[in-house]
Ligand binder design. Structure first.
Ligand SMILES: C[S@@+](CC[C@H](N)C(=O)[O-])C[C@H]1O[C@@H](n2cnc3c(N)ncnc32)[C@H](O)[C@@H]1O
Length: 221
């Protein structure tokens, strides 16, 4: 995709790398196709990726060649996960903080990046979607019993530079994998025109990317 994003204050994988040790056990909640977990797999001992979508689990199992990874169908409530972990990860997926806290080893780390409620605000406005509540807040992390180590967000300009990229991007956005249904945007010329109206300049289609990052730690034994 041909896009231009303004500089952002963190890179998710760089942040996660800082908390991984070679023997760690890692749980990735809402792992999707497992790509992120697989790219980190050289930095920990064993990883389990869970996802509510059996098709995602099938794809992850087929595509992730690393020998230290397993994938399982499960919801964010972690009802079929008996193990506890040194690190729990969650990127752009539903989150149950009580379940995360219950599945962390003493002193273990929880790291999440969440799509912010203001993400792609002009697209949501054109589709008549309201922003919704923030996906995560300092208070809810602290209320789960975890100690909050970092809580950040950014909201930066995101420019999709050509029509091929725009169509590809909108087609790739589908609940429950994204916060809007891109196919709705492409349903008619009128809808697409209302999204583009006022949001195109010489660089392309201008929208925004809003993300949260939270890092928290379980208490000692
Ligand atoms: C946007 S994708 C993110 C995938 C991956 N974490 C990544 O960063 O590339 C969200 C994933 O969460 C999964 N998901 C949606 N609802 C879920 C739930 N209630 N419990 C567990 N996984 C869920 C979806 O099937 C999807 O694979």
């Amino acid at each position: 995709m041909n896009v231009l994003r303004q500089p952002v204050p963190w890179d998710y994988e760089d942040v996660v790398q800082r908390y991984l040790r070679p023997a760690d056990t890692v749980l990735d909640v809402g792992t999707g196709g497992g790509e992120r977990l697989a790219s980190l797999a050289g930095s920990f001992g064993h990883g389990l990726g869970i996802d509510i979508d059996p098709e995602m689990v099938r794809v992850a199992t087929e595509q992730c060649a690393a020998g230290n990874l397993d994938f399982r169908v499960c919801s964010e409530r972690l009802e079929t996960v008996a193990e506890t972990f040194d690190v729990v990860l969650n990127r752009h997926a539903p989150l149950d903080l009580a379940a995360v806290a219950a599945h962390l080893e003493p002193g273990g780390y929880f790291i999440t990046q969440q799509v912010g409620e203001q993400n792609m605000a002009c697209v949501k406005a054109a589709l008549g979607q309201s922003a919704g509540p923030p996906p995560i807040a300092r208070q809810t992390v602290s209320a789960s019993g975890l100690r909050l180590l970092a809580f950040l967000d950014y909201d930066v300009e995101y420019v999709v530079r050509d029509i091929t990229s725009l169509i590809f991007w909108l087609n790739a956005l589908d609940p429950p994998h994204a916060d809007i249904a891109g196919s709705v945007a492409l349903a008619s010329a009128d809808t697409l025109n209302s999204i583009l109206a006022g949001n195109v300049d010489e660089r392309g289609f201008v929208t925004n990317e809003h993300r949260y990052l939270a890092v928290a730690q379980a208490g000692p034994r």
